[in-house]
Design a binder for this molecule. Structure first.
Ligand code: AMP
Ligand code: ZN
Length: 139
């Protein structure tokens, strides 16, 4: 179940230190070691899953609920003005640790984060329609 080479599995097992801020039967949440903003935390399933496409439905549900709990606390206790959730699935999508995790990133008015895409760079109306046809559940 655990991957012996996975640093997040080692955190789950207590073999690597982490500052845990939330846990339940299926998940733990701990502070990101290199925070993007004050309060940046990661929610992970206890059971190893590589990414969004591999994680089981119950663990995914538990992880998103954990992210919701932390988002609420960031608003209430850190006075965050907003919260971003981020999940990177695959190296091309910036994933660097291959144990599923949801970043919970508190946002503050005037913080240094910037939108990581240029609106519209993914194509025009024809591209949208072609991608939609490929993505449609009925395809
Ligand atoms: P990602 O690039 O989406 O895979 O995110 C991996 C995140 O894990 C990064 O934000 C790292 O700062 C964070 N990270 C890596 N190692 C640790 C660690 N030992 N404890 C806490 N956070 C970590
Ligand atoms: Zn793991």
């Amino acid at each position: 179940m655990a991957d012996p080479d996975c640093i997040f599995c080692k955190i789950v097992a207590g073999e690597l230190p982490a500052t845990i801020v939330d846990e339940d039967e299926r998940t733990i949440a701990f502070m990101d070691i290199a925070p993007a903003t004050r309060g940046h935390a990661l929610v992970i399933p206890r059971r190893h899953a590589r990414d969004l496409l591999e994680i089981g439905a119950e663990d995914l549900q538990a992880a998103i609920l954990g992210a919701q709990r932390l988002a609420g606390r960031a608003r209430e206790r850190l006075a965050a003005d907003g919260v971003d959730l981020l999940n990177a699935c695959g190296a091309a999508a910036w994933q660097t640790v291959f144990h599923f995790h949801i970043h919970v990133i508190p946002r503050y008015e005037g913080d240094p984060l910037r939108l990581p895409w240029t609106p519209g760079a993914g194509g025009g109306a024809d591209d949208i329609a072609a991608a939609a046809a490929a993505l449609h559940a009925g395809s």
